[in-house]
Design a protein around this ligand. Structure first.
Ligand code: NAG
Ligand code: NAG
Ligand code: NAG
Ligand code: NAG
Ligand code: NAG
Length: 282
């Protein structure tokens, strides 16, 4: 029985290391529960209430505005040169060659149907799926920008070098990419063939995180004993928690542990199941 519970705990640990995209870089000031953690660049600490709260967008310079986690809802406006509250993806449009700027907004993507060749503009829209590279469809994407975007039915936009077009392909694993050009280095690596990435394949400089195959999940890595390994947030100290996890985990002074800021439904589901199972087993 104890072995069984041990095994289940192990399963939970591996689950928590891989974050869903909506759990990554999502801490906001309200998650920072001690004065020490309340980041002065982004937040204000109220000594009386012992509470950390976000500064408003218009207090940020360009660098900080572009650096705050999405949860602050701040976007830099290049026209008026100020940091503004983000409202809606469809408020933004860019020259066609800068369509990738849509992905720098908050949960937005390029709206392929809005491409206007005459005016040279593309509008942004709300995300149509949960991938960091979500897109509605691959055709009409300029060859140059055809970079492993993910459609709502989980197909990939892949360059066809022969026809110089952006093709819709069913890709189930890195080895389905047959050439170095096709091999998506955000999630795969090349060693004579295209293989899935893991932390151990990353250089010290790139030892931070990598995306899952569909860019829907992120695995955090850390440099330890001269190699890149999977980060185990539960083992982090207070002063490491925020930065090692790229603002995805914050220190909980009550439990004295480093905990994910944005809890996913799935984890709660697993947790409930574990508790139920433990009850049954007892
Ligand atoms: C904090 O962020 C929220 C959006 O998440 C915003 O509505 C609120 O105005 C911000 N607080 C301040 C002080 O600006
Ligand atoms: C943004 O605006 C569009 C078009 O008006 C609307 O359909 C969509 O629901 C809005 N999105 C959000 C997140 O409010
Ligand atoms: C490339 O990596 C894969 C997976 O790690 C391994 O199985 C394969 O042997 C490697 N190939 C070469 C040529 O090193
Ligand atoms: C992404 O994470 C979710 C939830 O943890 C999991 O169900 C899914 O299989 C993962 N997908 C990939 C491609 O790793
Ligand atoms: C944000 C969003 O719209 N996500 C959707 C992406 O596509 C999948 C599959 O169609 C949906 O289940 C998600 O809700």
């Amino acid at each position: 029985m104890i072995n069984m519970i041990g095994f289940l705990l192990l399963v939970i640990e591996t689950q928590t290391i891989t974050l869903e995209l909506n759990q990554f870089y999502e801490c906001s000031c309200e998650h920072l529960l001690t004065a020490q953690d309340c980041l002065i660049t982004f937040c204000n600490w109220n000594n009386n209430e012992e509470k950390c709260s976000n500064k408003s967008c218009n207090e940020f310079n360009q660098g900080d505005c572009q650096g705050v986690p999405d949860s602050f809802g701040c976007i830099w406006n290049y026209n008026s040169n100020e940091c503004q509250n983000f409202k809606n993806c469809s408020d933004y449009s860019f020259p066609i060659t800068q369509a990738s700027n849509c992905y720098g907004l908050i949960k937005c993507q390029a709206n392929i149907d809005s491409i206007d060749q005459t005016a040279d503009t593309v509008k942004c829209m709300d995300k149509s799926n949960d991938s960091a590279r979500s897109i509605a469809k691959c055709d009409q994407i300029p060859y140059r920008d055809c970079e492993w975007l993910v459609t709502d039915d989980n197909k990939k936009c892949v360059r066809n070098i022969q026809t110089q077009t952006c093709e819709t392909k069913t890709i189930n694993q890195c080895s389905d990419y047959k050439t170095l050009d096709e091999c998506d280095m955000n999630t795969c690596y090349w060693n004579d063939s295209c293989n899935s990435l893991d932390c151990s394949k990353l250089s010290e400089k790139n030892c931070q995180f990598y995306f899952s195959f569909d860019s829907k999940n992120i695995t955090l890595c850390t440099w330890k004993d001269n190699q890149c390994v999977e980060l185990e947030p539960e083992t982090l100290q207070q002063n490491q928690c925020l930065s090692y996890t790229i603002y995805s985990y914050a220190w909980n002074p009550d439990s004295e542990s480093c905990e994910v800021c944005q809890k996913s439904n799935l984890q709660e589901f697993i947790f409930c199941r574990l508790i139920l199972l433990a009850l049954v087993l007892n």
